[in-house]
Ligand binder design. Structure first.
Ligand SMILES: [Zn+2]
Length: 102
């Protein structure tokens, strides 16, 4: 593992990582006190991360939890911009544009 797995710590805390990712985070946490503290803090708040099963999304085969979370976040952002920030009326046009970086 290269660097700190900050983006995986919340998923780690609630047991949502795939086994290879979980093993990599386990190994990192053995030697990194700051990440271990963050993982423990996420774990302490894990109740807030749990959702009702009817709100879960079943991931298609081959789609990682990380990719699915990124896609869902993009969709949620577009939804609130189009529905709350500026409610788009019938007949209006909009362009929803997102940049990506790796
Ligand atoms: Zn670390």
């Amino acid at each position: 593992m290269i660097g700190h797995p900050r983006e995986d710590l919340a998923a780690y805390a609630i047991g949502a990582l795939e086994p290879p990712d979980r093993t990599a985070v386990d190994e990192h946490l053995r030697t990194c006190a700051p990440c271990r503290a963050d993982a423990e803090a996420f774990g302490a708040n894990a109740y807030a991360l749990r959702v009702h099963t009817e709100r879960l999304v079943v991931l298609p085969e081959g789609v990682s939890a990380r990719l699915a979370a990124a896609v869902m976040l993009q969709g949620i952002t577009a939804h609130y911009l189009a529905m709350d920030t500026y409610p788009i009326a019938p007949g209006e046009r909009c362009l929803i544009h997102a940049g990506a970086e790796s």
